[in-house]
Design a protein around this ligand. Structure first.
Ligand code: AMP
Length: 121
C-alpha cells in the first residue's frame, strides 16, 4: 500500500491541523487521541512516511526505529502509567480496523483495561 500524504497524521506533522502534543523529537511526535478510550490514550507516530508497523520495520532507518521504540517507553513513563500498567496497540490493515494509514502506536492506560479483545462475532 502506497503512503497517502493527505492522511490526517501527515497533516498534523505538516502543522496543517493542530494536535494536543505530549512529546516531540527529531524522529517522533506524540499527542493525545481525539477520541480517548482510556484515561491515558496517546498516539505515538514516526515523522517519516510509513503506512504500518510492517512498512516501518522494513524500510525505516535503524536510528528511526530505535528513537521510536525508546520514545514509546519514555512517553508511557512520563504519562504516569509505568507502574500501574499500560497496553500498546498498533493496528495494521482492514481486519484491525486501522483508520489512519500512517503508522502509530496507541498507549492506553490509567484504568484496568480488561481482556485484550472483545469478541464481536
Ligand atoms: P487506528 O484505528 O489505529 O488507525 O487509530 C486512529 C486513531 O486516531 C483513533 O483512535 C482516532 O480517535 C485518532 N484520531 C483521528 N484523528 C485524530 C486527530 N485529529 N487527533 C488525534 N487523534 C486522532
Amino acid at each position: 500500500m502506497a503512503y497517502d500524504p493527505n492522511n490526517i497524521f501527515a497533516k498534523i506533522l505538516r502543522g496543517e491541523i493542530p494536535c494536543n502534543k505530549v512529546f516531540e523529537d527529531q524522529h517522533v511526535l506524540a499527542f493525545h487521541d481525539i477520541r480517548p478510550q482510556a484515561p491515558t490514550h496517546i498516539l505515538v507516530i514516526p515523522k517519516g512516511p510509513y503506512v504500518s508497523h510492517a512498512d516501518f520495520a522494513e524500510t525505516a532507518r535503524p536510528e528511526e526505529i530505535v528513537a521510536f521504540t525508546r520514545a514509546v517507553g519514555l512517553i508511557a513513563q512520563q504519562a504516569g502509567v509505568e507502574d500501574t500498567g499500560y497496553r500498546l496497540v498498533a493496528n495494521h490493515g482492514p481486519d484491525s480496523h486501522q483508520e489512519v494509514p500512517h503508522y502509530h502506536v496507541h498507549i492506553l492506560g490509567g484504568r484496568p483495561l480488561g481482556p485484550m479483545l472483545v469478541r464481536v462475532d
